[in-house]
Write a protein that binds this ligand. Structure first.
Ligand code: NAP
Length: 525
């Protein structure tokens, strides 16, 4: 399929008329064709109009129709073949295996949501039958199910050109919920976005769904992104990116006459606590694991372990020495965009210039234009506690080790942390009392707590939480990865004393959909 450099609005391919966008190969600095001319408010208006029209019938699609649509999107993405992998590699600098793996994950999560839609648990059906004889007051018949919110705006992420972009987790979960989706493509990978967008467009047509179920816009977030979130037909927003971008969109959403939820995943430094027995027994292995996770994908993961916390002493010194050796041996890697590379350089320079921070090691310098040189720093816990700048996310392979006087100071560091996507305990059996005292603190800070693993690598499954208190996300009550992500785009409706003929199928007597239901507080078998 050849790239046309056009937006996809419903079934049409449309040329924009605002700022031109060209992808840049970050490995070479070369500009990639074609040029994508950004959209204007007119395209936002048209996409929203079509999405609103489509919502009326898409929300009523059967579970089977919606599941088949999600599976068709996955098949259409696979049918793009090597062209998708090659374009994504050129636009991101990511290696082939990573892009192929991400494509598998993207299609896997679309199929996971298809199975979730079919099972119907997400409808969360509850029936409280009428109790006309109840004293002192009779109870009327009450039935609850969940319904989709309406058209959703999705902002593709820079660091996952497939799994968190056009047909990524936000889009899959919103479509599964019954919401049309308008994607604002990330400007770093417009060709990848167009290819995937055409796959979704084709699936819409093959499944005979209304064209407005999906549209894809290119252009500046500050213009069309803001206009999209401000449009009264948009009912929720999914976003992955910077804290400033997420907060700007949240302000816009809150300032609307009808405020709407923004599910923004923003920044996290993913603390790792080195508990004393584990550090003593296997400090070298932990250091190796840490450097592997820190440098994976040039550190461009929201779950990158940017903060390590241990108690001062010989064991922590040995850990630092081993980690320094690993960092020094780490190869430079191309970063996703010139902008992300510049932000990384700035973050590392500001740590290096901070008098409270000492440099432990740097990785190998690169020869390409936008390569990430790994960096490792250390600071005392008292300095960390007195300088909130040391908690700022440096997006890339940069880590800070915090040296505590004792376990009490480690707990104070934990208490001072901002909200996180993850928190990790490196622990052995003898560390259980310390871990037990940290756990209630970490539950208030993070969406996922790990023992003896590394936070990079997020399983797409039913129990996953990829979320956490601010600034990790704008809403800690949800997840953006895994099947529970569907709940972000649903709301409950209660039907009181409605005649059987008016009730939706999920709530009708005899359970025609065969979904799991809570009847008078008890799970129906
Ligand atoms: P970004 O600058 O926040 O951009 C993400 C998307 O939001 C883009 O489509 C952008 O549009 C749009 N946007 C940005 N600011 C906006 C605003 N004020 N109003 C409306 N839309 C806006 O993020 P990025 O380009 O992915 O990377 C920049 C930094 O984000 C990184 O250096 C890193 O610090 C952070 N990041 C964090 C994570 C994480 O998961 N923690 C992941 C990726 C990136 P444009 O096309 O106009 O730019």
């Amino acid at each position: 399929m050849s790239l046309e450099g056009k937006m996809l609005i419903g079934r049409e391919a449309v040329s924009g008329s605002s700022q031109p966008i060209n992808a840049v190969d970050p490995a070479t600095g070369e500009t990639l064709e074609p040029t994508y001319v950004g959209g204007t408010r007119a395209e936002v208006e048209r996409a929203c109009e079509l999405a609103e029209t489509a919502f009326a019938s898409y929300r009523e699609s059967t579970l089977e129709e919606r599941a088949t649509f999600l599976e068709t999107v996955a098949s259409e993405i696979e049918a793009l073949g090597d062209a998708l992998v090659e374009r994504a590699m050129a636009e991101t600098g990511l290696p082939q295996a990573r892009i192929q793996g991400e494509r598998g994950r993207t299609c896997g999560q679309l199929r996971l949501f298809a199975s979730v839609v079919r099972a119907g648990e997400w409808l969360d059906v509850r029936l409280d039958p009428a109790l006309p004889e109840r004293e002192p007051m009779p109870r009327v018949d009450l039935r609850q199910r969940h319904v989709p919110l309406g058209p959703v705006a999705v902002f593709g992420a820079s660091n996952f050109p497939l799994a968190f972009s056009v047909a990524g987790g936000d889009t899959a979960s919103a479509l599964a919920a019954g919401c049309p989706v308008i994607v604002k493509a990330h400007s770093a990978h417009p060709g990848t976005s167009e290819l995937v967008g055409r796959a979704v467009q084709s699936a819409v047509a093959k499944c005979n769904l209304p064209e407005g179920v999906f549209s894809l816009l290119f252009g500046s977030g500050r213009e069309i992104g803001q206009a999209l979130v401000a449009d009264p037909r948009i009912q929720a927003v999914g976003f992955t990116g910077s804290r400033s971008g997420g907060l700007a969109l949240q302000r816009t959403a809150q300032a609307r006459p009808q405020p709407i939820p923004v599910y923004a995943e923003m920044s996290s430094i993913n603390p790792v606590f080195l508990l004393p027995e584990a550090l003593q027994a296997r400090g070298k292995a932990i250091a190796d694991g840490f450097v592997g996770s820190l440098t994976m994908g040039a550190g461009q993961f929201c779950t990158n372990p940017g903060l390590v916390i241990g108690v001062k002493g010989e064991a922590l010194d040995a850990f630092l020495a081993a980690a320094a050796e690993g960092v020094q041996g780490s190869a430079a890697q191309t970063m996703l965009t010139p902008g992300i590379h510049a932000a990384y350089q700035e973050g590392v320079q500001s740590l290096a210039a901070n008098a409270k921070v000492r440099e432990i090691a740097r990785g190998q310098a690169g020869s390409g234009p936008h390569e990430c040189q790994t960096a490792l720093f250390a600071a005392s816990a008292s300095d960390f506690l007195s300088d909130t700048a040391l908690q700022a996310e440096v997006f890339g392979a940069s880590g800070l080790v915090v040296e505590c006087a004792d376990a009490d100071e480690m707990r104070r560091v934990a208490e001072a942390l901002e909200g996180q996507l993850t928190a990790t305990l490196q622990m052995d059996d003898g560390d259980t009392p310390t871990a037990t005292s940290l756990l209630p603190i970490l539950e208030r800070k993070a969406g996922r707590i790990l023992a003896n693993g590394w936070p990079t690598g997020v399983e797409v499954c039913h129990a996953m939480v990829h979320g956490g208190p601010y600034p990790a996300t704008s809403d800690s009550r949800t997840t953006s990865v895994g099947s529970a992500a569907i709940h972000r785009f649903l709301r409950p409706v209660c039907y009181q004393a409605l005649p059987e003929g008016l009730l939706p199928e999920a709530l009708q007597d005899g359970n025609p959909l065969g979904v799991s239901r809570l009847v008078d507080g008890k799970r129906e078998s």
